[in-house]
Design a protein around this ligand. Structure first.
Ligand SMILES: Nc1ncnc2c1ncn2[C@@H]1O[C@H](COP(=O)(O)OP(=O)(O)OP(=O)(O)O)[C@@H](O)[C@H]1O
Ligand SMILES: [Mg+2]
Length: 357
């Protein structure tokens, strides 16, 4: 899926609200891919709000700071957006070819998009006829405001890169998952990407998204609660909630463990509401597991909280499962720590020439 597609995108650039993450891959020898470049730069809170770039120059600076320390093989970038300005809808249309739908999509989409059709970029994916009435086919329709796409493209250009693909976070996560793990036929998997301010949910069925939703909630809620009750700043709260790598560092400081637990409980309830909604509308379909990624996936106890609330097994995704990471070029501890947060960036970096899914 791509709201903008101009050839091959090889560098994945995830412009998240807490940090920019860059990944460059190449085909691997032992595994499918090999990690070539990885860069992360944090952003101050409020630089991006609900997916909108509120402070573009800070974002440009963050991308430049990553580029300063890396030698990229290409300047072509795939990035993605999420939040309320992105509309994702499953619709039914009379069976037709991709070419026919390309011709008529503007017209077909008009009634489903709450914005002026001339103000949005549209893309679609044909889902097949399996679950539709005779003569009909399912189509996944995606639309986003041109203004927003323009803002992202401009920021990328100002940082000295070319924006060739604009995708949607939830689909990038799907791309990451499919490249790293094998989906069993008929298996229904709920992908949950929990970042600092958005939770992207994408439930896959038969390898296609069957339910997607972005929830405005995320890891910054831990910080807010910790800051409030201990009367400390953002950075200190951020340090306190992080899991360390040694055995004893795997426990949370006592003064925040209750707070973290209650925020995890409320974030799990948010996730559960969407899973319940899916189960209520698709009564035949049973989710077999929840795959968790995003920076929050490393929060101590969050995976268990989601498992307890939902009753589904929860696994934390490793976006480098099928990617060779040279221990000479990259510090293994650093990679293990950052891995879950790179789900979107890895999915974007997997956009090779001609891959238009
Ligand atoms: N080791 C860790 N333990 C606990 N929380 C962590 C850890 N590492 C990162 N986080 C949290 O994960 C969140 C950032 O995740 P991520 O990088 O996926 O978000 P983002 O893409 O910047 O934001 P969003 O997609 O919501 O706009 C932050 O709230 C951060 O505090
Ligand atoms: Mg993100």
């Amino acid at each position: 899926m791509a709201l903008l597609f101009k050839g091959k995108g090889t560098v994945g650039l995830d412009i998240g609200s807490s940090s920019v993450k860059l990944i460059e891959l190449k085909p691997g020898k032992r595994k499918g891919y090999q990690l070539v470049n990885l860069g992360v730069a944090s952003l101050p809170p409020e630089a991006i709000v609900d997916g909108a770039l509120m402070n573009s120059s800070v974002v440009v600076e963050a991308i430049r700071s990553i580029l300063g320390s890396l030698k990229l093989k290409t300047k072509d970038v795939a990035t993605s957006i999420s939040g309320h300005s992105v509309i994702i809808k499953k619709i039914n249309l009379p069976v037709m070819t991709t070419e026919e739908l390309e011709e008529s999509i503007q017209w077909e989409a008009e009634q489903y998009i709450p914005f002026d059709i001339n103000d949005v970029n549209i893309d679609f994916q044909i889902l097949g006829t399996e679950e539709s009435e005779a003569g009909q086919m399912g189509v996944l329709l995606v639309a986003a405001k041109k203004d927003m796409i323009n803002d992202y493209t401009t920021v990328i250009q100002e940082a000295g890169l070319n924006s060739v693909v604009i995708d949607v976070d939830a689909f990038a996560v799907e791309n990451m998952y499919e490249a790293n793990y094998s989906l069993q036929p008929g298996e229904i998997v709920a992908l949950v990407n929990m970042g600092a301010s958005v939770i992207n949910i994408n439930i896959l069925k038969g390898g296609f998204p069957t339910f997607t939703r972005d929830i405005s909630a995320g890891g910054s809620q831990y910080n807010e609660e910790i800051q409030k009750s201990l009367n400390i700043g953002f950075e200190e709260a951020e340090r306190m909630k992080m899991a360390g790598k040694s055995e004893e560092e795997q426990a949370l400081p006592q003064e925040i463990s209750g707070i973290v637990e209650s925020v995890s409980d409320s974030l799990s309830s948010e996730v559960q509401r969407s899973l319940d909604f899916f189960s209520a509308t698709a009564t035949e379909d049973k989710i077999s597991k929840v795959i968790l990624c995003g920076g929050c996936a490393r929060t101590i106890g969050l995976d268990r909280a989601i498992a307890d609330k939902s009753g589904y097994p929860v696994e934390v995704a490793n976006p480098f499962n099928n990617i060779e990471v040279s221990p000479r070029a990259f510090d293994a501890d650093y990679i293990a720590n950052i891995a879950p947060a790179t789900g979107v960036a890895v999915g974007l970096a997997l956009r090779w020439a001609g891959d238009k899914k």
